[in-house]
Design a protein around this ligand. Structure first.
Ligand code: BT5
Length: 257
C-alpha cells in the first residue's frame, strides 16, 4: 500500500492519529494504547499483518502475512447513546457489506453480532472495545479484520471461512477497499442515533426468519426463530409459544433440521 497517499487522504477526512504498520501485534491493542496516551477525536491504526489479532473474549483472529487487512478506528468524539457498543459494531459490519457491494458487486450478510459473511462463510470480523473513565465512555475502538486472499482462510475454524478474492474471483486493491470502507464508516457514524441504522443492519441480517440456536461460551443457551433486531442492536428470538426474547451477546448458528 502507498502509505503517503493514504495518510494524506486520511488527514483530509479529519483523522488526527494515523498509523500504518506492515506488521503489528494487534491494531486494537495499539489503538487502545493511543487513547490512553492522548485525546483523539478520530484516529486509525492500519496493518497488513497482525501477530496477536484478537477476537471476542479469548478468541483469536488469524492473519496470514500479506493475506488480509486489519484496521482499528478510534472515535473519541461520541454521543452517549445507551447501547453505543452494539450500534457501532453494527455500523462496522454494515459498512463492510456496503463496501463489498459497491466495489465488487458482492452481496454480504451480517451474522449477528459481529461477523460478515459471503456465501454463508465468514470473511470479516468486527471487535468493538471501549475506553471508560469511571462511568464515562471516553473512546470507542472499532477493529475490523478482512480476509483478502485465499491464504487468509484459517485451517481450523468453528464457522466456515472465506476470503474476498475467492468470492469475487479477481484481485482486490487494498487501497480501494480501505478508502471505500472508511468513507462508509464515517458516513454511517453520522447516523448513529437514528433508528435507520438498525433498519439497514436488519436488512442485511443473516438467518432472519430462520430457526437459530444461541450459544454462549460454547454452550447452547436458547433457540427459536430469529425475528430481527431491537433498537439497541440485540437479537429478537421468538419461541414456539410466540414469546419474544432479546439477547445482547453470544453467537448464533442455524438450527439443523
Ligand atoms: C471476531 O471475533 O470475529 C472479531 C475479529 C476482529 C479482528 C480485528 S482485526 C483488527 C482488530 N485488531 C484485533 O486484534 N482484532 C480486530 P469472534 O466473533 O470472537 O470470532 C473469532 C473466531 O473467528 C475465532 O475463534 C475463529 O473461529 C474465527 N476466525 C479467526 N480468524 C479468522 C479468519 N481470519 N477468518 C475467518 N474466521 C476466523
Amino acid at each position: 500500500m502507498e502509505k503517503r497517499k493514504i495518510i494524506r487522504k486520511l488527514k483530509k477526512q479529519g483523522f488526527q492519529a494515523i498509523e500504518i504498520h506492515s506488521s503489528i501485534g494487534s491494531t486494537n491493542d495499539r489503538a487502545m494504547e493511543i487513547v490512553k496516551e492522548k485525546r483523539v477525536d478520530l484516529g486509525i491504526v492500519i496493518a497488513e499483518h497482525q501477530t496477536r489479532g484478537r477476537g471476542r473474549g479469548e478468541r483469536r483472529w488469524e492473519m496470514e502475512e500479506g493475506a488480509g487487512l486489519a484496521l482499528s478506528i478510534i472515535f473519541g468524539d461520541i454521543s452517549e447513546h445507551q447501547n453505543i457498543l452494539g450500534r457501532v459494531t453494527g455500523i462496522g459490519a454494515l459498512a463492510v457489506t456496503q463496501t463489498v457491494a459497491e466495489l465488487f458487486g458482492l452481496s454480504a450478510r451480517i451474522k449477528w453480532p459481529n461477523d460478515v459473511l459471503l456465501d454463508g462463510k465468514k470473511f470479516c470480523g468486527i471487535l468493538t472495545e471501549a475506553d471508560w473513565v469511571g462511568n464515562n465512555l471516553k473512546s470507542l475502538v472499532v477493529g475490523i479484520g478482512i480476509n483478502i486472499t485465499k491464504a487468509a482462510i484459517p485451517k481450523e475454524v468453528i464457522f466456515p471461512a472465506t476470503a474476498l478474492e475467492v468470492e469475487s474471483e479477481g484481485l482486490i486493491s487494498r487501497e480501494d477497499l480501505l478508502d471505500k470502507l472508511i468513507m462508509n464508516i464515517l458516513r454511517l457514524m453520522k447516523k448513529i442515533n437514528s433508528d435507520l441504522i438498525i433498519k439497514e443492519w436488519e436488512d442485511k441480517l443473516a438467518f432472519k426468519g430462520s430457526e437459530v440456536i444461541l450459544h454462549r461460551d460454547g454452550s447452547q443457551i436458547f433457540s427459536g426463530k430469529l425475528l430481527g433486531l431491537d433498537d439497541d442492536g440485540g437479537i429478537v428470538i421468538q419461541t414456539s409459544d410466540e414469546q419474544k426474547n432479546i439477547f445482547y451477546y453470544g453467537d448464533i448458528h442455524l438450527a439443523v433440521k
